[in-house]
Write a protein that binds this ligand. Structure first.
Ligand code: CP
Ligand code: NVA
Length: 302
């Protein structure tokens, strides 16, 4: 039994395995040679909104032969104050695996500890490992290995997606440049945990210079809505747009984890010019989730 709680603690061999298996699942879609989750029921327990993560996990579990139930945290007794450790011990007796989207990373870890079933991080305030696995997979599909490349993340560089990118940089050996105002850069403690491949700057042009991949995410992550006005003002100079793209390599890719807010973190023209990549990236969530599910709960991988 395995958990995917963070990219930080995912060993490099497992990361490589997941990327390779995702390619298999993409190629085999529609004619799978086996159904690794046959006879299993998985729970999706979400405390935040989701389109891509929810749908890709629901479809992925079904396509792997499993059953799936979506549980909104607000509808469970959890929403009325039942402790996570009790919820986990109940679900752990009934379902075979859990995919969890929540706020605190420690809540996810507590669930995994008490549930004793494969538990997957579908986004916390700290990390979004499944997203970055799909992003790396997409880059590799289009351009080959990320090793030695330069990735520029522009915007709220202290968010979950940026954090997972930082951990990926240390493991995969690419340079990550984070362009953000000072209050939106990761802590020194997180940078130390990520290893030596991450550089922070307040200058988006400097980050984009010669980059192989430009990446952005929303300026107002889920749970930060009360700060929206301040965030939009603070991050206004950190839009991914044509002048910034002109600083990157001519064949640079543009990615966005979605949902995208045009006129905020990315402009409409840049988004649409790179829509093919961005929606390939979204589709790849499905293939990567299937690799993660198979790795965490499939019999041959146990
Ligand atoms: N990128 C991503 O995780 O999207 P959702 O919030 O729609 O799941
Ligand atoms: N940083 C964003 C990612 C959305 C997929 C959020 O947490 O809302």
């Amino acid at each position: 039994m395995r958990h995917l709680l963070s990219l930080e603690h995912l060993p490099r061999p497992d990361l490589d395995h997941l990327l390779a298996r995702a390619a298999d699942f993409k190629r085999e879609r529609g004619h799978p040679p086996r159904l690794p989750l046959a006879g299993q029921t998985w729970a999706l327990l979400f405390a935040k909104s989701s389109t891509r993560t929810r749908v890709s996990f629901e479809v992925g579990i079904r396509e792997l032969g499993g059953q799936v139930m979506f549980l909104s945290a607000a509808d469970l007794q959890l929403g009325r104050g039942e402790p996570i450790k009790d919820t986990a011990r109940v679900l752990g007796r009934m379902v075979h695996g859990a995919v969890i989207r929540t706020f605190a990373q420690t809540d996810l870890e507590e669930f995994a500890h008490y549930g004793k079933i494969p538990t997957i991080n579908a986004l916390t305030d700290e990390e979004h490992p499944c997203q970055i696995l799909a992003d790396v997979f997409t880059y590799q599909e289009k351009r080959g290995s990320l090793a030695g490349r330069v990735v520029a993340f522009i915007g709220d560089a202290a968010c979950n997606v940026a954090n997972s990118w930082a951990f990926a940089a240390g493991k995969l050996g690419f340079e990550l440049r984070l362009a953000a105002p000072r209050g939106y850069q990761p802590t020194a403690e997180l940078l130390a945990r990520a290893g030596g491949h991450v550089h922070c700057t307040t200058d988006p042009g400097q980050a984009a210079q010669g980059a192989d991949l430009l990446y952005t995410d929303v300026w107002v992550s889920m749970g930060k809505e009360a700060e929206a006005t301040q965030r939009l003002a603070d991050l206004a100079a950190y839009q991914l747009n044509a002048p910034l793209l002109a600083r990157a390599r001519p064949d640079a890719l543009v990615m966005h984890c979605l949902p995208a807010y045009r006129g905020k973190e990315i402009d409409e023209a840049t988004f649409e010019a790179h829509a093919q990549t961005i929606f390939d990236q979204a589709e790849n969530r499905l293939h990567v989730q299937k690799a993660v599910l198979n790795w965490a709960g499939g019999p041959e991988e146990a």
